[in-house]
Design a protein around this ligand. Structure first.
Ligand code: UDP
Ligand code: MG
Length: 315
């Protein structure tokens, strides 16, 4: 694992922004605000609410809470754009030297934030919260998440840490990178781990929702998992025709030579060629997608500058 890199410049005084994406959270929002405010009262902080097009009283509550709390502010979407878009907006709005993304439903305990900040002050760029237990979630959700993250890890180059959601603290350099991605396939946790900046995690027990129902419908979960595979550059699905084509051509030769069956061999051969053609198109698609995605070829973690001053007069 990477080691922490001390921050450049003075770490203090610093500001921590706490970003809460909210979609129809009227049942729990006031309690979240109280618990959060108590948990971070000793930290220099700001609270940024992002209302992702709620259709209940969420925005009215946000207006009230921000009116009462000088350190809180908010943005409101014109409609529901989804959790990832809301997190992205929060990252772009936030002014902090570090930004914490946290769900508004009290499944992520706000009491963990000071511990995350402690790790950040030690020099970690990303502090993720790793769930050791998940309360009040369906077997379906746990099983699909378990399978999906293992699949993602095997198909993409820079896998996301297992058992982590979006509850994380991000240093300003990571926020600037992720906030400026401009990709249409949004999968923040993937982009964050792609940066490779020093990351550590702290363990916690994930609570049940503080109130209301999950806002992640099956459709939204499927859309997120699709984005994760695409944005992570999972090439295997587009490469399958190539593998199938090569296997079919080998089988065609085998059937032709060993079984002396020219018509079966011709069939397999024709299928193999078609499949390979699709595979070639797939390779171009992979390449075009990566080009369009436009991620930089590298990110610099730190620099050591020369101690000689070029302006010093020669002795
Ligand atoms: N959320 C959002 N937009 C959506 C769906 C969810 O901003 O379209 C927010 C939601 O208000 C919560 C967080 O994203 O703060 C996580 O959603 P939820 O708790 O419903 O997901 P789950 O924990 O069930 O996966
Ligand atoms: Mg939740």
């Amino acid at each position: 694992m990477a080691t922490p890199v001390p921050h450049e410049g003075p770490p203090r005084p610093y500001l921590v922004s706490i970003v809460l994406p909210c979609f129809n959270e009227e049942e729990v929002l006031e309690r979240t605000h109280q618990r959060l405010s108590r948990a971070v009262r000793d930290l220099p902080h700001e609270i940024v609410y992002v209302d992702d097009g709620s259709t209940d009283r969420t925005w009215q509550l946000i207006e009230k809470l921000t009116g009462e709390t000088p350190t809180a502010r908010a943005v409101r979407f014109s409609r529901n754009f989804g959790h990832q878009a809301a997190c992205l907006a929060g990252l772009r709005e936030a002014d902090g030297d570090a930004v914490v993304l946290i769900d508004a439903d009290l499944q992520d305990p706000p009491e963990l934030i000071p511990r995350m900040v402690e790790q950040w002050l030690k020099g970690w760029s990303v502090v993720s919260a790793r769930r050791s237990h998940r309360q009040g979630e369906t077997v379906f959700k746990k099983a699909t998440a378990y399978t999906y993250y293992r699949l993602l890890a095997s198909l993409t180059q820079q896998p996301v840490a297992l058992d982590t959601g979006d509850f994380r603290l991000l240093d300003r350099k990571v926020v600037d990178f992720v906030g400026n991605l401009g990709e249409s396939e949004l999968f923040l946790r993937g982009a964050i781990s792609w940066t490779g900046f020093p990351e550590t995690s702290i363990r916690y027990e994930r609570d049940a929702r503080g109130g209301g129902e999950t806002k992640y419908t099956l459709r939204k979960m499927l859309a997120l998992s699709r984005s994760g595979l695409l944005a992570g550059g999972a090439a295997l699905p587009l490469r399958l025709p190539t593998y199938l084509g090569v296997a079919s051509l080998a089988a065609a030769v085998g059937v032709g030579v060993a079984r002396q069956d020219p018509s079966r061999s011709a069939q397999l051969g024709a299928f193999g060629v078609q499949s390979l053609v699709c595979g070639v198109l797939g390779e171009y698609l992979i390449s075009v997608f990566r080009q369009v995605q436009g991620r930089p070829p590298y990110l610099v973690l730190e620099r050591i500058r020369s101690t000689a001053r070029p302006t010093d007069p020669a002795p």
